[in-house]
Write a protein that binds this ligand. Structure first.
Ligand code: MN
Length: 495
């Protein structure tokens, strides 16, 4: 992750003279200082000189485009800033835009307020003129309204910064596919050309035996050192297997972790796709190895699911560096629990759930796979944290992409599941299993999802808007009649 910055650009004009402009600059400097000192922003805000002319606006936006460290621009119209002078700059601007509708003074100073005060606290006026032209030009932007020193506003700005990182970084995501999509599966398929046009993703394919060369040539000493790390970090659940045979199976995954990562680094990939039916010379389906790589920040999709791999990578980037992050993973809706009052969906996969979501102890098991024809793979087993999260599914409808975002509540299962040899989560979709799942199925959502505890519905909707794709939210406000209408309306808009 780059050390990104966001530029703070204040709009004004010279109508009220130099003294007023000095105050504008002073107010902007204090706001930027306050924002940076707040502790709620994941990236630094850089103050730019007050913009009062078409030429300086155009130059600033083009400088922002060309500066690789700048991830977006925050605009604020301190005073009235005639918006025609913003048109050319906005037209040429290519990065995420935030419109912070704030004001230097929080309260009306009832006893002393005069016209000088009004002119120096005029964004109620100026931000409407500016907002008009941004709307007229059809430019996506985030609007945040409130006093800059308010903690809630600072957190909203921090949250938008992470969306902006998703927008900026999306076009750097490169997905490496070892094998194609699983035969006959519809929802994991998609138009890779359109994905590159819309999201900037590069989605390539390799023969899995290109990877096998990397895995087979990993140094034995490195494998042993990594196995030692596993044995010290995770609980060994050998369940009656011969300990040496168990360790040999684990070592296969350690060798894969090193080999796959070397391949991805050398070829500049940030997400990876496997397929249990296309393993070439690999001894085991990558399980523990892929789980560890996901934890390091790589995206992953199973059975050739490159859309999930890219989405997991995207969400790993958007959540990078969050203090007390609870985790991000590929998931699969696997098994329902339909007992009235306890409804939920057990989330798992054959092997590949990211341990970043784990709650408590993580164990290693070696067990047979019910699919494929390779030896028993080693995998990390755990249960996941409680709390709210979002499950996202990007589907290709043939004529367009749709992002479905479901707010879910993760819970503990009532009893241990000692015979289940995979990492799991258990959640109830909002607003309920019945309504949430009905809406999900109506929307054409997949069984694979990109899941995180650490992003909000709003952040993913804003990302989808920036990408110019449809998004559908399933949350506490969803009811089926309205949702069906939304699907029809969206068909008219996007179709
Ligand atoms: Mn699957």
């Amino acid at each position: 992750m780059k050390n990104y910055q966001f530029w703070f650009c204040t709009g004004s004009q010279d109508l009220y003279g130099d003294e007023c402009l000095r105050k504008v600059a002073d107010h902007s400097a204090k706001i930027v200082e306050g924002l940076n000192a707040s502790g709620h922003l994941p990236f630094e805000v850089i103050l730019k000189p007050t913009l009062i002319s078409q030429a300086s606006i155009r130059k600033t936006f083009n400088d922002a485009n060309n500066n690789p460290d700048c991830a977006g621009v925050i605009t604020w119209m301190h005073t009235f800033s005639p918006a025609k002078m913003w048109i050319l700059g906005l037209k040429e601007f290519k990065k995420p835009l935030c419109h912070l509708h704030t004001q230097f003074n929080e309260a009306l100073p009832y006893g002393t307020i005069d016209m000088d005060f009004m002119n120096e606290n005029q964004s109620a006026h100026g931000d409407r003129e500016y907002g008009h032209i941004v709307s007229r030009m059809g430019i996506e932007r985030k609007i945040i309204v409130g006093h800059w020193a308010n903690e809630g506003i600072q957190k909203q700005l921090g949250s938008w910064m992470r969306t902006a990182i998703g927008i900026i970084e999306s076009s750097h995501i490169r997905v490496c596919r070892f094998g194609d999509n699983m035969n006959n599966v519809a929802v994991t398929e998609g138009d890779k050309v359109e994905a590159q046009i819309k999201f900037g993703w590069e989605i390539d394919h390799y023969c899995v035996n290109d990877l096998v060369e990397y895995v087979d040539t990993v140094n034995d000493g490195d494998v042993n050192a990594l196995v030692e790390e596993y044995y010290s970090k995770y609980k060994i659940l050998n369940e009656g297997r011969n300990p040496e045979e168990f360790r040999r199976h684990v070592a296969v995954q350690a060798r894969q972790e090193i080999g796959i990562e070397k391949f991805l680094k050398e070829n500049d990939y940030h997400a990876v796709v496997t397929h249990f039916g296309m393993l070439g010379g690999l001894e085991q389906l990558p399980g523990l190895s892929i789980q560890r790589l996901m934890e390091k920040g790589y995206g992953f999709g199973a059975e050739g699911d490159w859309k999930v791999a890219a989405m997991v990578r995207l969400m790993k980037l958007m959540t990078a560096g969050i203090k007390d992050a609870k985790g991000t993973s590929m998931m699969e809706d696997y098994t329902n629990h339909l007992v009235p009052g306890e409804e939920g969906i057990l989330q798992a996969h054959m092997l590949e759930v990211c341990p970043s979501v784990a709650d408590g102890e993580i164990g290693i098991k070696v067990c047979p796979l019910s699919m494929g024809n390779r030896e028993d793979p080693a995998r990390l087993v755990f249960t996941s944290k409680e709390g709210p999260g979002i499950a996202c599914s990007l589907v290709d409808l043939g004529t367009r992409f749709r992002l479905i975002i479901n707010a879910v509540d993760c819970k503990k299962v009532k009893e241990p599941m000692p015979k289940l040899p995979v990492g799991t989560a258990f959640w109830t979709p909002r607003p309920s299993l019945q309504v949430g799942t009905t809406a999900w199925i109506l929307a054409g959502g997949a069984h694979h999802t990109a899941f995180t505890y650490d992003l909000s519905v709003e952040q993913m909707v804003d990302w989808a808007d920036a990408m110019g794709i449809e998004s559908l939210v399933i949350d506490e406000k969803t009811d089926i009649r309205s949702f069906k209408n939304e699907l029809k309306w969206n068909e008219a808009f996007y179709g």
